[in-house]
Design a protein around this ligand. Structure first.
Ligand SMILES: [Zn+2]
Length: 148
């Protein structure tokens, strides 16, 4: 039996080489199908779980919004399901965090503009003082010159 077509992530097939025995592969495929049922029951339509156990990965799960794929790297079934649930929450909370990021960016932009305006005003005030000092030093120099 051929395994179903797997989604491509970043142009590369994310499907790692299979273990020598086909049994873990079959167990994994069945569990992956159950994970996909689970996320659909949690309201994630159009998303797909790809369970690719990979202990060398630092991240346990990855979300690929373009491919609408949740990649799970855990080796143990219970860990993998926990990661699936973690990523589901991640996706559900994403709009709220995007809002917070927009707000933070808007605030930073406003603050940067205010700092820029204050700096420009300070430079102009200092310039007035410096120009005044230079003028006075000319006056002093000419007074000294006339006195000689
Ligand atoms: Zn996370």
């Amino acid at each position: 039996m051929n395994s179903p077509a797997r989604p491509q992530v970043n142009g590369e097939n994310v499907h790692a080489p299979l273990a020598s025995s086909t049994r873990p592969h079959v167990v994994r495929e069945i569990t992956e199908a159950k994970m996909n049922e689970l996320i659909r029951s949690l309201g994630l339509e159009g998303w797909q779980i790809v369970w690719e156990p990979d202990p060398s990965q630092t991240k346990r799960g990855q979300i690929s919004p373009e491919a609408r794929v949740i990649l799970v790297h855990d080796s143990e079934t219970n860990d993998a399901i926990r990661t699936v649930l973690h990523e589901v929450l991640e996706l559900k909370l994403r709009p709220a965090f995007n809002m917070q990021t927009s707000l933070t960016n808007a605030l930073l932009e406003w603050a940067n503009t205010e700092v820029y305006k204050a700096k420009e005003r300070a430079i102009e005030d200092l310039l007035d003082l410096i120009v005044d000092l230079v003028k006075r030093s000319d006056e002093v120099t000419s007074i000294i010159g006339e006195a000689r």
